[in-house]
Ligand binder design. Structure first.
Ligand SMILES: Cc1cc2nc3c(=O)[nH]c(=O)nc-3n(C[C@H](O)[C@H](O)[C@H](O)COP(=O)(O)OP(=O)(O)OC[C@H]3O[C@@H](n4cnc5c(N)ncnc54)[C@H](O)[C@@H]3O)c2cc1C
Length: 409
C-alpha cells in the first residue's frame, strides 16, 4: 500500500516588512507554504513611515527574480550617480557613476523607492499566491519549538489567542524581535547617543544647486545626506541633532527652517512635508539560528542608514534563507545548512554592513582638517580612476558581499 507523504507544515514568518515579504514570495514561487503574521491592518500597513529607500544593484537582481522589479521601477527613480560634498567648503568633491558596473550587473544603478512602496507592491503580488496564509491585524506573542516543529502564539485585535504550528519560524519582526529575546540571543553592539532628524521637503535641489539624486555631505559640525525620492521634487534631508535638545524643539518649524537655510540659503521658507527623529544602532545578533528559529533582516542586525544598507542586506538574508528552507523541506538539504545561513549572513552583517556604515559615518563626521582633506582626496582619486571606482562600487552595490557570502561553506 502506498503512503502519501505528509505535507510539510508551513514556515511561520513574523513581520510583513520588506524582509518577511521577500521571504514569503521566495517560498511561494517554489510552492512552499508559509504563514505570514503582521500586526498592522491593511490601512495602517500602507500608512507607515517611508524609511528605507535606496535599493542597490544586488538587491534589484533579487527583486527582479521575485517578480517585483518592474513594479518598483514604475514607482521609483533611477539614480546611476551619487555624489560626495564638502559642506563646509560648499563644493562637490567626488561623483560615482554605476554605469562602470554594466558588465557586472543587469542593474547598473540604484533605484530610489521607499520601503512603503516596496511592501505595498510585494503584498499585492503575494496576495495572488495560494501558498501564503497572510494574517494581518495579528500580534505575535510567543513561541515554542521541539525537534520537529514550532508553535507560535498570536492574538487578534479582540485579544483572542491562537496557536499556529509550523515547520520553522523566521523572525522578520524588526529590531525589537521577540524571537531573538526569547532565545536570549545577544544583540551585540552599541547605540549612538544622538538622534538623526529626517525632513521631507518639496524643492528642486538639483536645479538650485546641481545635486545628484543621492548626496553625502561631510561636515565637521553637521554632516548631512540629501536624497531625491519622487518626481517632481520630493527630497529627504538628514541632520544630526544635539544629545541635549528636546524632541519638540528639534522637530519645530523654526528649528527645521533654520537648519534648511544653513543647508541651502534661499529667500523663502522651505515647504516641509514630513519630519521625524530616529535613533541609530549598530548591532548584530550573536547567531541567526537556534534550532528551528531563524532571524533575518533588522531582527538579526541593525545599522546606521548612511549608505542605505539595512533593508538591502535584510532582503539578501531572506533570499539566502529561502533557498535553504526550500532545500530542507524538499529533502535536498539537512537542517544543518541553516548554520551555513548564519555563517554567510552574519559574516556580511559584521564585515560588510557594519564596517561600511561605520566607515561612511566617520567619513562624513571627521573633525580633524588634515584627516578630512586626506579622506576627500582619497575619495576623489577613487572616483576618477575607472578601476578603483569599479572596486568601490562593487562594495557599495553589495554585489561583493553576496559573492563573498556564497563562497562561505
Ligand atoms: C530613516 C531611515 C532610512 C533608511 N534608509 C535605508 C535605505 O535607504 N536602504 C536600506 O537598505 N535601509 C534603510 N533603512 C533601514 C531599513 O528601514 C530597515 O533595515 C528595514 O526596514 C528592515 O526590514 P525588516 O523587514 O527586517 O523589518 P521592518 O521593516 O522593521 O518590518 C518589521 C515588520 O514586522 C512587524 N512586526 C513587528 N513585531 C511584530 C509582532 N510582535 N507581531 C506582528 N508583527 C510584528 C512590523 O509591524 C513590521 O511590519 C533606513 C532606516 C531608517 C530609519
Amino acid at each position: 500500500m502506498s503512503v502519501t507523504p505528509k505535507k510539510p507544515l508551513p514556515v511561520i514568518i513574523i513581520g510583513a516588512g520588506p524582509v518577511g515579504l521577500c521571504l514569503a514570495l521566495y517560498l511561494a514561487q517554489r510552492e512552499v507554504r508559509s504563514c505570514l503574521i503582521e500586526r498592522f491592518d491593511d490601512q495602517t500597513f500602507i500608512d507607515q513611515e517611508a524609511r528605507a529607500g535606496s535599493i542597490h544593484p544586488a538587491t534589484l537582481e533579487m527583486l527582479a527574480d521575485l517578480g517585483l522589479y518592474e513594479r518598483m521601477e514604475r514607482r521609483g527613480l533611477i539614480a546611476p550617480k551619487f555624489q560626495y560634498w564638502d559642506r563646509e567648503a560648499d563644493h562637490m568633491f567626488a561623483e560615482f557613476d554605476h554605469t562602470v558596473l554594466a558588465g557586472d550587473t543587469r542593474f547598473p544603478y540604484v533605484l530610489q523607492c521607499e520601503r512603503t512602496k516596496i511592501i505595498d507592491e510585494a503584498m499585492q503580488v503575494l496576495r495572488q499566491s495560494t501558498f501564503c496564509d497572510i494574517r494581518m491585524s495579528t500580534e505575535f506573542v510567543s513561541f515554542t519549538q521541539d525537534a520537529d516543529s514550532v508553535e507560535a502564539v498570536v492574538t487578534d485585535t479582540a485579544g483572542s489567542e491562537e496557536r499556529i504550528r509550523g515547520s520553522f519560524i523566521v523572525s522578520c519582526e524588526g529590531g525589537r524581535s521577540i524571537v531573538r529575546k526569547t532565545l536570549n540571543i545577544e544583540f551585540e553592539g552599541y547605540t549612538y547617543p544622538e538622534r538623526t532628524l529626517t525632513v521631507a521637503i518639496n524643492y528642486d535641489f538639483d536645479k538650485a544647486r546641481g545635486y545628484s539624486y543621492r548626496n553625502y555631505l561631510s561636515d565637521p559640525e553637521q554632516w548631512s545626506n540629501l536624497f531625491k525620492w519622487t518626481q517632481p521634487e520630493r527630497w529627504r534631508v538628514h541632520f544630526p541633532t544635539n544629545i541635549d535638545d528636546a524632541p519638540d524643539k528639534v522637530l519645530s518649524d523654526e528649528h527645521i527652517q533654520t537648519q534648511m537655510q544653513k543647508f541651502l540659503p534661499r529667500d523663502q521658507p522651505y515647504e516641509i512635508v514630513h519630519r521625524t527623529l530616529y535613533t541609530v544602532h549598530q548591532r548584530v545578533a550573536a547567531t541567526f539560528r537556534a534550532g528551528r528559529a531563524m532571524l533575518a533582516g533588522d531582527s538579526a542586525h541593525v545599522n546606521s542608514p548612511i549608505g542605505g544598507m539595512g533593508m538591502n542586506s535584510g532582503i539578501h538574508d531572506a533570499v539566502n534563507l529561502g533557498e535553504k528552507l526550500c532545500g530542507i523541506l524538499s529533502g535536498r538539504y539537512q537542517s544543518d545548512v541553516l548554520d551555513r545561513y548564519t555563517r554567510q549572513r552574519r559574516h556580511v552583517a559584521v564585515n560588510h554592513t557594519k564596517l561600511q556604515t561605520e566607515r561612511n559615518k566617520k567619513l562624513l563626521t571627521e573633525k580633524d582638517p588634515a584627516a578630512r582633506q586626506r579622506n576627500h582626496d582619497h575619495l576623489r582619486r577613487t572616483a576618477e580612476d575607472a578601476k578603483l571606482a569599479r572596486e568601490f562600487l562593487m562594495r557599495t552595490s553589495l554585489l561583493n558581499s553576496v559573492r563573498e557570502a556564497a563562497a562561505i561553506e
